[in-house]
Design a protein around this ligand. Sequence first.
Ligand SMILES: Cc1ncc(COP(=O)(O)O)c(C=O)c1O
Length: 379
Amino acid sequence: MKLERFEMERMQSTYENLVEFNLSESGVRPLSARELIEDAAGLDGLLDQPLVYTQSNGTIDLRRAIASMYSGATVEHLEVTNGGSEANFITIFNLIEAGDEVVMLVPNYMQTWGLSRAFGGAIRPWPLVEDRQAGRWRVDLDALNTLVTPRTKMIVICNPNNPTGARLTAADLDAVARAADTHGAWILSDEVYRGAELDGRLTDTMWGRSERVIVTSGLSKAYGLPGLRIGWVVGPPSLVASLWSYHDYVTIAPGALSDRLARVALQPERRERLFERTRGILRRNLPLIEEWLRGAGGFHWIRPEAGAIVYVRYDHQINSTVLVNRLREEKSVLVVPGDHFGMDGYLRVGFGESPEYNRAGLDRVRELLSTVAAVAPAS
Ligand SMILES: Cc1ncc(COP(=O)(O)O)c(C=O)c1O
């Protein structure tokens, strides 16, 4: 099998712990185990947790807690995985075969792109439209209806979207469901940023809109707990039963400590507080980033609705990968080039850290850009 490089993750894995300012992350500053547990009894409970192979598809209590967030879902609809990435992996591993077409909303987190192709699928990109006049990224449903055909095995969306931070509306999701149902296609909706909305309104889920909906998600972004490596798949029980046996081949089970801590994070009151923490960080940091972008000049962006990322178009005459490499080598700052999403001329800038950290990193970006020619903004 030929596996193309997952450029963004490879870049992050290689450099994110080496640079002084990592602005390539899309989540907020993670919590410590102590911050999550909060009390001494809870800490003792964690230390006394036997380091067993835990229930390999997630403990019943954890699956029950997750199921309660998806209307009509039971523990049979749930597979707990090592991160949202394993949730996506076992889904594509299970469903995509040579000759299948996958209609994929782009830009997007490119894991499902590379994996679908590795398993022999062909991608049909479905571009989000950057509506500069309306100031929003929107879906083109007419385009979707021409892309989805009897050969379509799956439609992949990411909602809220990485890298734009845009949200699809309930009406958009219903239209995606109709397009899929017309041709018997699956829908994979990656909702890992759900809960990280600036306006506090929980993003509409794809769950429940078609019989062939698979939602993947996890604790890495909206909950600020990426180091737990807890993700999940919600889907029809027959598919989930099959995914479990794919999971057997990949990692067997989530970590016992992580399962336990995930149960803490998902207590309803705790979950709301975690979302509030995340949203608080976003609300504090985004205006500062926007102020910086305006001050620096030569940048254009549509305000993200969710996630600690802003997807910025720039006027400077330099390829995005060249720019990102120079930023890393000359200024020890890491951001994601638009090239990693197939869109040169853009940068994805993360703002989930402290304002001081973000500012110091961005000031180094400004230093470097002052040496690069800028062109007049395109009309
Ligand atoms: C849309 C999306 N899905 C999945 C992942 C991976 O999530 P995890 O860290 O939980 O494996 C990411 C990470 O950036 C992401 O942006």
